[in-house]
Every structure is written in structure tokens, then in C-alpha cells.
Design a protein around this ligand. Structure first.
Ligand SMILES: [Zn+2]
Ligand SMILES: [Zn+2]
Ligand SMILES: [Zn+2]
Ligand SMILES: [Zn+2]
Ligand SMILES: [Zn+2]
Length: 149
């Protein structure tokens, strides 16, 4: 049977009652408090903690707040028109131009204005053209070869 355990007053983890005292001493000795968010973190985990919680993956700046509060100008966003990725700071300028450009659609073989792209593939205008896959002459040859057999 597992012992019910006790919440460590230092790290808030559930600790086996039998080893609680020992854990607490050990825990307090090894825990430091993050100067940014005040969370108790294991000493050797602190640099990881800062990397994961307070370092922007885009601009690689160590923040003095939590990552959620950082509106990174270099975060990567996807252009809704061409679906390419851009840094947030450049996206607006890009989209202003992108909206008036066209992209060739492989399916319907038309040049589609980028601002129509998001809906284009599901729209009725995007239909594969009915190409004559065989010319009449090719068809005639095919029929002839069939008859000759
Ligand atoms: Zn603890
Ligand atoms: Zn922190
Ligand atoms: Zn950033
Ligand atoms: Zn674009
Ligand atoms: Zn199309």
C-alpha cells in the first residue's frame, strides 16, 4: 500500500511521508527561486527553466517576464494569402503586397489573386479544366489498332 504522502512545503510535490524530512532538507538545499517568476526550481534546472519559460525562441532574448507576455516582433507568422512564413514585423508589409499578387493554381490552371487563395481551393472556380487528353487523330489510331487485332 502506498503511503498517502505529504506535500513538500518547498517544491509542492507529493512526498512519501517516511522520507519527507529528508526530502525537505535536500529540497531546500537544492531549490533556488527564479528571479523572474519567483517559482522554486531545482538548482541544476534553473538554466533550463529560464530557457523554457523566459527566453524567446525567436529573438533569443532573455525576458524579464513570462513568455506569454512577450509580443515578439520576430515571431514567425504565416501569411494568410500565400501561406509562406514571415517574421511578425515584416508580415504586414508583405501582406499589403501579397494581396495583389497572383499565384498559379496547379489544379484549375488559373492565376488566382492571393487574397482569394484562402477560399479558392474549396470554391467552384477551382475546377480542373477539361483538357482533350487525346486528339481525334490519336483516338482514330486507337480504334484502328483495336479493329486490326
Ligand atoms: Zn520538495
Ligand atoms: Zn521563472
Ligand atoms: Zn522575442
Ligand atoms: Zn503572402
Ligand atoms: Zn484552382
Amino acid at each position: 500500500m502506498e503511503s498517502p504522502g505529504k506535500l513538500c512545503s518547498n517544491c509542492n510535490k507529493n512526498i512519501d511521508t517516511n522520507s519527507y524530512e529528508l526530502h525537505l532538507i535536500h529540497c531546500q538545499r537544492n531549490t533556488v527561486f527564479c528571479s523572474i517568476c519567483n517559482e522554486g526550481v531545482l538548482k541544476n534546472y534553473l538554466s533550463n527553466h529560464i530557457l523554457e519559460n523566459h527566453t524567446c525562441p525567436y529573438c533569443h532574448i532573455q525576458l524579464d517576464t513570462s513568455l506569454d507576455n512577450h509580443e515578439c516582433p520576430r515571431r514567425i507568422e504565416v501569411c494568410i494569402y500565400c501561406l509562406n512564413e514571415f517574421e511578425h514585423a515584416n508580415l504586414f508589409d508583405h501582406q499589403r503586397n501579397c494581396v495583389n499578387r497572383t499565384t498559379y493554381c496547379e489544379i484549375c490552371r488559373q492565376h488566382i489573386l492571393n487574397h482569394l487563395w484562402p477560399n479558392h481551393l474549396s470554391s467552384r472556380t477551382c475546377q480542373p479544366p477539361r483538357l482533350p487528353f487525346k486528339t481525334n487523330e490519336e483516338l482514330r489510331q486507337e480504334v484502328l489498332s483495336f479493329i486490326r487485332k
